[in-house]
Design a protein around this ligand. Structure first.
Ligand code: DAT
Ligand code: MG
Length: 150
């Protein structure tokens, strides 16, 4: 189905470094549909909830502090296979292991400053979209879709 949706975010480092436009442009140019977009400054509690799966990890406190250190840009992207494709377009968690051409491989170096987030499964996407877009997203038709999908 073409209607799959995922949650992607530009982390505080991406906002500070002025990379938001570049990140959005990659998904737009590929042909995916932006259906939700907003800036949010996460509280520590929101950061803890977002990364709840990692709460036992030694790096969790630092991760929460970083994620709540400034505004992030929350996005909902829609399209065929977007959950998996989105992860591939981000690159590896470790920027040094990310290929050139991926967002992390092109724009970042350190693990704790890897500039972007993407849901890693359909279950995570559903959970994260509910958390960051409780108001819902925009259902609309994109006129170019017949030039992107056959
Ligand atoms: P991803 O962001 O690729 O989904 P993740 O969910 O495993 O990766 O971890 C969330 C973030 O936590 C990751 O983007 C950077 C940070 N992180 C992950 N593993 C880490 C580690 N071993 N040391 C420090 N920070 C780490
Ligand atoms: Mg993750």
């Amino acid at each position: 189905t073409n209607q799959e949706r995922t949650f992607l975010a530009c982390k505080p480092d991406a906002v500070q470094r002025g990379l938001v436009g570049d990140i959005i442009a990659r998904f737009e140019k590929r042909g995916y549909k932006l259906v939700g977009l907003k800036m949010v400054w996460p509280t520590e509690e929101m950061a803890q909830n977002h990364y709840a799966d990692l709460s036992k990890k030694p790096f969790f406190p630092g991760l929460v502090k970083f994620f709540s250190s400034g505004p992030i840009v929350c996005m909902c992207w829609e399209g065929k296979d977007i959950i998996k494709q989105g992860r591939q377009m981000l690159g590896e968690t470790q920027p040094l292991a990310s290929k050139p051409g991926s967002i992390r491989g092109d724009f970042s170096i350190d693990l704790g400053r890897n500039i972007c987030h993407g849901s890693d499964s359909p279950e995570a996407a559903e959970h994260e979209l509910k958390m960051w877009f409780p108001e819902g997203v925009s259902d609309y038709t994109k006129a170019v879709d017949s030039w992107i999908y056959e």
